[in-house]
Unconditional design. Structure first.
Length: 510
């Protein structure tokens, strides 16, 4: 995934609050991001952060508390994978949503409570109900739910320099296992010769239960790795290969350090990973087997996955990551993690904001997200993607956009908003004139007629975002068929049979 300087600043500040400028420089270097004044200025503005002495801090913190935060900080700063920071960020959001439902408060209040109690102040979950009781009434059942939920989360805290308990294990391991320099020769025996006595003993006792001579220990490690390799998935093998000479960020490989498969060394202020040459060779050989067997199959699978993700986002305009994950499983028997869907979506250049993927042009703020969600909530059903329809829809899409540009509407004006209204099924005279007024744009009567004629040409066939990908024709047919089915009389306060989610009296019973 390609990260930006903004991502580094925003994600690290979520778990640190404040950190040295030099730390952010190194964190950017790890991600291969260039650090320059122009990019930094823009990234800091977008991430809502500022300078304080030789530090960068989040603007959400009052400057009078900055020195206190730094004084209470324990341990050294540590680098994390941005993937893990995104996971923690989403955990905080989910925790706030859970608390919102329990306390019946708005999302912003719930998030502030979570961040203040756990992240900023590093408090134990068992004291959280008592903290909440000051301002909120809690039943015993609610307190039990809060304790059960928050007791399972390993929060990253400002006091611990953003580390989880697992990160602290990694830090302890790094302090114990890291070689001061990289060995010139990379064979297993050469690396074992380079280790301190304590590290050598630790690995030997873990592998064999006693201290072995170097030649015997190297042989035992290779024998064990050859067996373990048969159980590795293709993804694990590629991930392990990618570790070589990279900064050690991932807690997943802590066990591999103890059994002698991976080693650590210091270079330019970073702790990096080192694979012995024999283990690297075995991984490459296994990798080649996967490539020979699966290249064509993998390419085909990747094509299908990327096009399914692309179509679901296109059908819906906005779709929650967990819903997309569910639809892929239920409709296509494809199981993917949210991180895997994120990676595919990123390659497709789809935007993501607060757990939602967007078709371009994306909403710009959380309020716009909420607005679009509100429109979609009338429909619980989602249209199943059929890849055979892909060319048909994109041909209509392209024809609509090309025709729209021929209406002589200036490129820098309201084309994206017109496009969005089109996909919401709201491109009519009323909304078009409101759009013109809000953006202070003038269109002639002939331009308005041309645009509305375009909408009329495609409105029955194009996927409507507020209908979760169904078009007007499908919803009309669906409603007609439902009316034909013999069924009991619908009460005025019952859900409308058209599937809108509204009461019958407020919808088709009017």
């Amino acid at each position: 995934m390609n990260y930006r300087l903004y991502d580094v600043l925003y994600l690290y500040l979520e778990v640190l609050g404040i950190a040295p400028i030099e730390f952010f420089k190194k964190a950017s270097q790890i991600e291969g991001i260039k650090w320059n004044e122009k990019e930094l200025k823009k990234a800091m503005k977008d991430a809502h952060c500022s300078f304080y002495k030789e530090y960068i801090y989040s603007d959400e913190i009052d400057t009078e508390y900055l020195d206190n935060i730094l004084e209470e900080r324990q341990g050294k700063y540590m680098f994390f994978s941005l993937k893990d920071l995104i996971k923690s960020y989403n955990e905080n959001i989910d925790a706030a949503k859970f608390l919102k439902s329990i306390l019946n408060v708005n999302y912003e209040t719930a998030l502030l409570l979570v961040m203040n109690f756990f992240v900023a102040n590093n408090k134990d979950a068992k004291y959280f109900p008592a903290f909440l009781r000051r301002d909120y009434s809690l039943t015993k059942k609610k307190e039990e739910k809060i304790l059960e939920y928050f007791g399972k989360i390993d929060f990253r805290t400002w006091e611990n320099c953003g580390k989880t308990k697992k990160d602290m294990e990694r830090e302890e391991m790094m302090n114990l296992m890291t070689m001061k320099t990289e060995p010139e020769e990379k064979s297993l025996e050469d690396i074992l010769n380079h280790l301190s006595k304590n590290v050598y003993k630790t690995i030997s006792f873990t592998v064999a239960g006693c201290e072995l001579p170097k030649e015997e220990l190297a042989s035992e490690i290779l024998k064990n790795f050859t067996k373990t390799l048969q159980e590795y998935s293709e993804e694990q093998i590629f991930t392990l290969l990618d570790l070589n000479h990279q900064v050690f960020l991932d807690n997943e490989f802590l066990d591999d350090l103890m059994v002698g498969y991976v080693y650590l060394y210091e270079e330019d202020g970073f702790v990096k990973c080192l694979l012995p040459s024999e283990i690297e060779t075995l991984l490459i050989e296994k990798c080649s087997e996967f490539k020979e067997l699966n290249l064509e199959e993998r390419d085909k699978k990747m094509w299908v996955l990327s096009h399914l993700v692309m179509q679901y986002v296109y059908y819906n305009g906005l779709i929650e990551d967990k819903m997309l994950q569910k639809l892929l499983k239920e409709n296509h028997d494809i199981e993917l993690s949210i991180e895997e869907i994120d990676e595919i979506s990123k390659q497709l250049e789809n935007e993501k904001l607060d757990h939602y993927y967007f078709f371009t042009p994306p909403p710009r703020t959380i309020n716009e997200v909420k607005g679009l969600i509100g429109l979609k909530e009338r429909f619980q059903e989602y249209k199943k993607v059929n890849l055979e329809d892909e060319d048909k829809y994109y041909a209509m899409e392209e024809d609509f956009l090309m025709s729209l540009r021929k209406c002589n509407v200036k490129e820098n004006s309201i084309l994206p908003e017109i496009h969005m209204l089109f996909h919401l099924g709201l491109l009519n005279e009323k909304y078009l004139k409101k759009l013109m007024k809000d953006n202070e744009v003038k269109l002639s009567n002939s331009q308005i007629k041309e645009i509305l004629a375009l909408a009329s040409k495609y409105e029955r066939d194009i996927p409507i975002w507020s209908m979760n990908g169904f078009n007007q024709k499908e919803r009309s047919l669906d409603f007609f068929l439902k009316q034909e089915e013999p069924k009991k009389k619908v009460g005025r306060n019952e859900p409308c049979p058209c599937g809108s989610g509204r009461k019958y009296k407020q919808c088709c019973g009017r």
